[in-house]
Design a protein around this ligand. Structure first.
Ligand SMILES: [Zn+2]
Ligand SMILES: [Zn+2]
Length: 254
């Protein structure tokens, strides 16, 4: 079997990525319009009909805004926690499947192991994905790292990790104080320093690649994020992959 990941776009204006294991392919989050998803999927050689399901991490618009429409357009089931489902503005999904944020489940060939995260949404979850042999995780939209998250993320084959802001840029940037406090707070987003500290605390001996994601366009730069991740992993900066807001990445397999 094989396990691979491609970001379709990441940041405060929209998030979505594709994860594929064997014959199964899911979209994780859909913060874009159907036409944007179609365009970005097509450049990866896919259409919406090649997807088996949408999995939703939480109800914030940058992750959920396009989920219901895409679900109806391609007849896709949407997997979500009950809290996220009840907080969705448009939850008129083609079909709804509820998962528990502490219980592993499967969709076709793909193993999903969710874990709860501190973030200011109703019942947010992030995931480890596996094909039975290899595993990769995505961790974004998380205000602080809990011991449970740290345990979940050890010995992965690949990791997609939020690098939302550079502390000094957030402090001196354009956000009003209340929004600065929200983003930088324990239920907000993960900053470059926190991402680097997490990497230093993990067993990364099996890690084949690392992708930075959910970079703020106002409070971060790709150079800052790249430097922080390289420092945390003790690797060269050019080994770090970054997901961008306005376009997809290529496929990264493990
Ligand atoms: Zn987000
Ligand atoms: Zn969020």
């Amino acid at each position: 079997m094989s396990l691979r990941y491609a970001s379709l776009g990441s940041g405060s204006r929209g998030n979505a990525c594709v994860i594929e294991a064997g014959k199964t392919r899911i979209l994780l989050d859909c913060g874009f319009s159907v036409s944007q998803i179609d365009k970005r999927l097509s450049r990866l050689g896919l259409t919406g009909s090649d997807l088996d399901a949408i999995v939703l991490t939480h109800e914030h618009a940058d992750h959920a805004a396009g989920v219901a429409r895409l679900s109806r357009r391609y007849g896709l089931p949407v997997w979500t926690t009950i809290g996220t489902f009840s907080a969705c503005k448009d939850a008129d999904f083609h079909r709804t499947e509820i998962f528990h944020a502490h219980e592993a489940f499967g969709i076709g060939d793909l193993h999903l192991h969710p874990f709860p995260v501190p973030h200011d949404a109703r019942e947010p979850a992030q995931f480890i994905f596996g094909d039975g042999a290899k595993s990769l995780a995505q961790l974004t939209d998380v205000g602080n790292i809990t011991p449970h998250i740290e345990r979940m993320l050890s010995r992965l084959d690949a990791l997609v990790l939020e690098c939302n802001y550079e502390s000094e840029m957030l402090r001196s940037g354009p956000y009003p104080p209340a929004l600065q406090a929200r983003v930088g707070g324990p239920f907000g987003h993960l900053g470059n320093d926190q991402a680097a500290a997490l990497l230093e605390s993990l067993d990364t001996s099996r890690l084949q690649w690392l992708m930075g994601a959910h970079l703020s366009e106002k409070n971060n730069t790709p150079a800052h994020a790249r430097a922080a991740l390289a420092k945390g992993l003790r690797c060269d900066e050019d080994e770090i992959i970054l997901a961008a807001q306005d376009g997809e990445t290529s496929w990264y397999g493990v």
